[in-house]
Design a binder for this molecule. Structure first.
Ligand code: URA
Length: 437
């Protein structure tokens, strides 16, 4: 009989970059969920994972332990089910368009999501900006809604990956959000427990993401696809650019407003294109459209208003005000707006997503401390994209704030985030790599 490693040795070995057997990692995480491993020990281990990494077997073991902390849904009887997940970005509200878009194409969208993590936004915070919207659906209701409405989005709960809910909050408070294995375990535990058979993973790469470049993001994507394999899921992954915010809005109600524009056929092209790409991949992976036809089918569902109608039914089913997509004045709005203008003429060389995300977090769109209540109304509206030409005095951004001091601080951060140069900047592709699991 092998004797399990003492908890402290699991931490020390990880810190030293030495391999810890998968069974020991699973035991360590299960020990934490049952109370024999403390939060302090788990935080130390997470820090070691961020700094040294762990192998794919250990990442899969972490995922298994997180999945095993709650129920695992079986949705086979519902038809072609699908879910998508982003590894976290700034102004990344793709789900709010791609999920109803995929549902409009016939995918039964059974989506699990999280709140904001670090400087990145979270789908649950965005949805909670919609008056009345509930994301804490009991599991039976979640499954019924997937069956009857064709789309439901739910957060971690006492029954669905409760250990991910706790670990998510702990990582957020201890600055340990970025380790690839931690992100992979967190994302994949939700996807596996949520029960959807087809998965699209949108792995963000760049300064505003948890993966600094496309190579690191691709490794994380492949790791997540490997984790999904023994669970029999069909995975497609995309590595997408997160050097600049995905859309023009960064902040919860602001992003809902912008997604309403996209659902009505307008809004920023990069956000629309990414939503169409993700929904198209999901529809193909779920088998509701033929390979190679997903993006065209998704673009058509946006044009005809089918996605908007689905989004309205979805929000209404979860208790929210379905009119927010077409009547954005029903969303919470901040008390003050401060403009950021160009100090000189030039070409936008950089819109630093991380700094914009941090500015939004300072304004209250995300959490700086444990239990902080997010303010749905605040955020940053970015008026330019990399490569745009501006004249001196042109609008670069608008800060939406409740408080003059915070507005001033955010204005300074956003002004620093937008760098102007003199040379033309070639556009960066939105999708940097793609693959299948
Ligand atoms: N999304 C998640 O669910 N978890 C992470 O760790 C990052 C993004």
């Amino acid at each position: 009989m092998t004797v399990p490693l003492p908890t402290v040795e699991v931490i020390e070995r990880t810190m030293a970059g030495r391999e810890v057997p998968a069974a020991e990692v699973e035991g360590f995480v299960r020990g934490w969920t049952s109370g024999s491993v403390s939060d302090a020990q788990m935080s130390a281990w997470c820090m070691a994972v961020c700094l040294r990494g762990i192998g794919p077997g250990a990442a899969a073991a972490l995922t298994r332990a997180l999945v095993g902390s709650g129920d695992r849904l079986e949705l086979g009887k519902l038809g072609p089910t699908g879910d998508k997940h982003s590894t976290g970005g700034v102004g990344d509200s793709v789900t709010l368009v791609a999920a109803p878009l995929a549902a409009a194409l016939g995918v039964r969208v059974a989506k699990t999501s999280g709140h904001g993590l670090g400087h990145t936004g979270g789908t649950l915070d965005k949805l909670e900006a919609i008056p009345g919207m509930r994301v804490d659906l009991p599991l039976e209701r979640f499954v019924r809604q997937v069956r009857d409405v064709g789309i439901a989005v739910v957060g971690q709960s006492d029954r669905l990956v409760p250990a991910d809910r706790r670990l998510y909050a702990l990582r957020d408070q201890t600055g340990t959000v970025s380790g690839a294995a931690l992100v992979a375990g967190s994302v994949m535990s939700k996807k596996i427990a949520g029960g959807a058979q087809a998965l699209v993973l949108d792995v963000k790469a760049g300064g505003g993401a948890f993966f600094a470049d496309a190579d690191r993001a691709r490794e994380a994507a492949e790791l997540m696809a490997d984790i999904a394999r023994p669970w029999g899921r069909r995975v497609r992954w995309l590595v997408t650019d997160m050097e600049q915010p995905a859309g023009a809005m960064v902040g919860n109600a602001l992003e809902v407003r912008q997604c309403g524009e996209v659902l009505r056929g307008a809004g920023p092209a990069p956000l629309r294109d990414l939503a169409v790409t993700v929904a198209g991949e999901l529809a193909e992976a779920a088998g509701v459209v033929a390979d190679g036809e997903g993006a065209d089918a998704a673009a058509a569902a946006l044009r005809t208003g089918a996605a908007l109608a689905t989004a309205e039914r979805w929000v209404e089913a979860q208790g929210g005000d379905p009119a927010v997509w077409t009547a954005p004045e029903r969303l919470p709005a901040a008390r003050m707006r401060e403009e950021v203008r160009a100090a000189r003429a030039g070409v936008v060389a950089r819109v630093d997503a991380r700094t914009v995300g941090e500015a939004a977090r300072w304004l209250g769109a995300g959490r700086l401390s444990r239990g902080q209540v997010v303010d749905p109304a605040v955020g940053v509206e970015v008026a330019v994209r990399v490569g745009d030409r501006v004249a001196a005095g042109d609008l670069l951004a608008v800060v939406h704030a409740q408080d003059a001091w915070l507005a001033g601080r955010a204005v300074g951060m956003v002004a620093e985030a937008v760098a102007l140069g003199d040379d033309p900047v070639p556009p960066r592709p939105l999708v940097l790599a793609r693959g299948r699991g």
